[in-house]
Design a protein around this ligand. Structure first.
Ligand SMILES: Nc1ncnc2c1ncn2[C@@H]1O[C@H](COP(=O)(O)OP(=O)(O)OP(=O)(O)O)[C@@H](O)[C@H]1O
Ligand SMILES: [Mg+2]
Length: 259
């Protein structure tokens, strides 16, 4: 079993879209996947349930915020989705104050790791995929400390690359207390080949020695937005679309790298 989180403090870089679609694509390969929505925006949850359901879940007494506060095992917080290979722990707007609550905890960077311990031990899932918010605080540090790998989605834009330096510094800090978490790869998203900047982005990324960059890139595709409008992933909503095929290719690449 492998735990992978999606992190980048640059907002809108494709974390939630990639987390949900990689989950769907791995499920199509027959892998059992647990998704965990760590962002109060609840975008990952909205890819598997409609708005009404997500809001209802978010108000349940049993929610991820409470689990973290009480340092409880997350097993009973898991929901089944329509896809038999995908389960999910949904998020809640209460997560907006998690930073403050973690601050006073003993071993505050490892609270989430404790909540996941039993699920990992049971090893019922092939992959746990965690979506994170666009911040670099104690909560995202908790997410990284609970992961084996991180995928950093990067938009092919100048500001997209600018934010990466912060991410590398942050990963260095994480490695001081959790030495085993490593970068699985940079995933270039929202690619528009008509724009020259895409080529420059790829050249810049490949110029760094030892920087893992996925061969698969994700093109800008309106099918992604239509899928999100239908509370679905593009892999489930329109498998013939370019982005669905790309996420299926990414799933094979990720699976290969994690063997
Ligand atoms: N390949 C794509 N083609 C078209 N639109 C995309 C693509 N990937 C993501 N988007 C859109 O870009 C926006 C940002 O994507 P997403 O929410 O996945 O990013 P994020 O990194 O999770 O954002 P945040 O930092 O706010 O959590 C969304 O509106 C999404 O629909
Ligand atoms: Mg997001």
């Amino acid at each position: 079993m492998v735990t992978i989180c999606f992190a980048n403090n640059k907002g809108g870089s494709g974390k939630s879209t990639s987390c949900s679609n990689l989950g769907s694509a791995l499920a199509k390969l027959g892998k059992k996947v647990l998704l965990i929505d760590g962002d109060m925006q609840m975008n990952l949850s909205l890819s598997f349930f409609d708005e009404e359901k997500v809001l209802a879940f978010a108000q349940e007494e049993q929610n991820i915020y409470r689990a973290l506060l009480e340092e409880e095992d997350l097993t009973s917080y898991i929901k089944h989705t329509d896809d038999e290979n995908i389960d999910i722990v949904v998020s809640t707007t209460l997560m907006s104050s998690i930073e403050m609550d973690l601050f006073s905890k003993w071993q505050r960077e490892f609270v989430f790791r404790k909540c996941l311990k039993k699920i990992k031990k049971k090893a019922e899932y092939d992959f746990i995929l965690i979506d994170s918010p666009p911040t670099l605080g104690c909560w995202v540090m908790n997410i990284l400390c609970a992961s084996d790998y991180v995928i950093m989605p990067v938009e092919a834009s100048p500001w997209g690359l600018f934010g990466l330096a912060n991410m590398f510094d942050f990963l260095d800090k994480v490695n001081e207390i959790a030495p085993d978490v490593s970068l699985l790869g940079i995933l270039v998203t929202k690619v528009d080949e008509r724009k020259n900047y895409y080529k420059q982005t790829m050249e810049t990324l490949h110029s760094y020695e030892n920087l893992p960059v996925f061969d698969t890139v994700i093109h800008t595709d309106s099918a992604i937005e239509w899928a999100q409008d239908a509370s679905s992933t593009v892999v489930n909503f329109k498998r013939s679309s370019r982005s669905a095929k790309e996420y299926l290719k990414l799933a094979k690449e990720v699976d290969g790298k994690c063997q």
